[in-house]
Design a protein around this ligand. Structure first.
Ligand code: CA
Length: 387
């Protein structure tokens, strides 16, 4: 069996109402989807972050991927990473491109073996994965009643935790906003805040101290994403757990954060970190350092399935007789913002029940891509084929 064809599809969909965070406003959603077709007709799907990753797939990877046996994922992964490493492209869009290929290779391997990705990874430790609701972004003409109206369905759906944004308003206004959410949802639900890198160290420390009375479970991306010293300073200067890592692109990006315990919670994204293969390496290193791994998940059903399959295999951190989500069990992000790509691209969608998502057991990623939707949402397609 050989890789015969590599296709990538940059998908884009407008959304009805824009939503905001500290760095901008979303008026559309995008995803970069990769389709690998083998010589005996198996199709594997992958997803990678960043639209420029499409160029890396076809210009850098395709020449050594086409005609290659896809079964030895490890060998393929390392030969691709070696190319990126030599070109100093191992982070950023290189990592996004490698993620897309790696996820597709695992899907191919699972379909070939008739096993789910979690089974190929050695098997699940749990039948379902705990998830929290990500939403409560900024909105135009925002007011407290809109926020509370958004939070209520998360409660009634059984989510045990939810996450909101900070960093888009003044410290005082953001604290008031978070306090309004806490008052509305009560004391029994985990509430997390995400600054998306909006602060310098002293402002992040001020924010963490001001939010401490609101029982906030973690403070996410308080400062610049690669600032290990900044993270350590924020950790020591305020009482909230500090989370980060959604834009790590390989184990070397993650290394100092994990070995120096600069985060309490690591949040790699399978679209960026180098796919399923490298996520597993980073998750094991985090676990060895006593750091929770709660994956960043904000994309199509392809990366959602890859993330659930991975999270199902993560060891508790630390071990416990009956590990609990948010304490020892991993908790995966579950994006609630408008995203037609997430909702329409696969013939079945992932639904949360009582704060959990079932681990898929179909071969590979266990999802069927609707290629009519794929073509309809595609704004830029590229293809590399065996001559
Ligand atoms: Ca985030």
């Amino acid at each position: 069996m050989k890789i015969d064809r590599i296709e990538t599809f940059l998908l884009e969909s407008p959304i009805d109402a824009p939503f905001g965070w500290s760095q901008g406003w979303a008026a559309k959603r995008q995803a970069l989807v990769c389709k690998l077709t083998t010589s005996d007709g198996i199709v594997g799907w992958g997803e990678g972050g960043g639209s420029p990753s499409q160029t890396v797939v076809h210009e850098i990877f395709a020449p050594i991927l086409l005609g290659r046996e896809p079964g030895n994922i490890n060998a393929v992964w390392h030969s691709l990473f070696h190319l990126l490493h030599n070109d100093n492209l191992a982070t950023g869009f290189g990592g996004g491109a490698l993620s897309a290929i790696d996820i597709a290779l695992w899907d191919v391997a699972g379909k070939r073996a008739g096993k789910s990705v979690s089974k190929l990874l050695g098997g699940s430790l749990r039948d379902r994965v705990a998830v929290y609701a990500t939403g409560l972004y900024y909105a135009e003409g925002d007011d407290r009643s809109r926020l509370i109206a958004e939070a209520e369905p998360y409660l009634s759906a059984g989510y045990k935790g939810m996450k909101t944004k900070i960093g888009g308003l003044s410290v005082k206004d953001d604290v008031d906003r978070v306090a309004a959410i806490r008052a509305a949802i009560g004391e029994d639900v985990y509430l997390m805040v995400d600054a998306n890198k909006a602060y310098d160290v002293s402002t992040a420390i001020e924010m963490g101290n001001r939010l401490a009375d609101l029982d906030i479970h973690w403070l996410e991306e308080p400062v610049l994403a690669n600032d290990v010293e900044g993270y350590l300073a924020v950790k020591s200067g305020q009482p909230l757990r500090v989370a980060g890592g959604e834009v790590w692109y390989n184990r070397f990006d993650a290394r100092d954060f994990l070995s120096r315990r600069a985060v309490d919670i690591a949040q790699p994204d399978v679209r960026f970190i180098g796919g399923i293969s490298e996520f597993r390496n980073v998750a094991a290193t985090a676990n060895a350092n006593g750091i929770q791994v709660n994956p960043h998940v904000w994309g199509s059903p392809i990366m959602i399935s890859a993330s659930v399959n991975l999270t199902a295999t993560f060891a508790p951190c630390p071990y416990a007789h009956a590990p609990r989500p948010y304490e020892q069990e991993p908790v995966m992000e579950f994006d609630q913002t408008p995203n037609p790509i997430r909702d329409e691209l696969a013939s079945s969608t992932f639904g949360a029940r009582d704060g959990y998502v079932d681990v898929p057991d179909g071969p590979g990623l266990g999802i069927e891509i609707d290629e009519t939707v794929l073509e309809r949402l595609c704004i830029r397609k590229a293809e590399s084929v065996v001559e």
